[in-house]
Design a protein around this ligand. Structure first.
Ligand code: C5P
Ligand code: MG
Length: 160
């Protein structure tokens, strides 16, 4: 049978504020003086991954599953969000196999390059992929958005 190819896309942004840990793909960025102002842990990469997975299977978005207004979700670990989304994907499309993830993280500072392998391994582990299947592009905003962290994620799945 010909496999069905499906693409998903997700985007997430948060404001950076002092005194919060900066999490990217489940990895804490060491030495960052600022982190995301957020209801959950504010991990933009995992939020964008979760939304890309939901978008891939037309399952809505994170807010539909974890309403930000629900106090039970305060400080939520974004790895829990990804796990919950994967469960929904499996229920909707039991034959779905994720092929690869392509992510762009925009952050002026600190540099994320030294963490590339760690982040790829962390994201791959959550998704049942190999680190080689998680492409990570790091960009600055060229000073245009110094208080901003953003992730954009595209992924491909096949359904057999
Ligand atoms: O945004 P710009 O193209 O000037 O970034 C130059 C390079 O700096 C990127 O290609 C990436 O390798 C690196 N970078 C990084 N961490 C960031 C932003 C950029 O490692 N937070
Ligand atoms: Mg978010």
């Amino acid at each position: 049978m010909t496999p069905e190819y499906r693409v998903g896309h997700g985007l997430d942004s948060h404001r950076l504020v002092p005194g919060r840990p900066l999490l990217i793909g489940g990895v804490t960025v060491p030495g960052s003086p600022r982190g995301p102002e957020a209801h959950s842990d504010g991990d933009v990469l995992l939020h964008a991954v979760a939304d890309a997975l939901l978008s891939c299977f037309a399952l809505g978005d994170i807010g539909k599953i974890f309403p930000p207004s629900d106090p039970a979700h305060a400080g939520l670990d974004s790895r829990v969000i990804v796990a919950a989304v994967l469960q929904r994907v499996r229920a909707r499309a039991p034959g779905a196999v994720l092929v690869n993830v392509a992510a762009v993280v925009t952050l002026d500072a600190p540099k994320l390059g030294p963490l590339r392998e760690n982040v790829a391994q962390s994201v791959a582990g959550l998704l049942g992929l190999a680190p080689e299947d998680v492409g990570l592009t790091f960009k600055t905003s060229e000073g245009l958005a110094p208080d901003h962290v953003q992730a954009s994620v595209t992924l491909l799945a096949i359904v057999v």
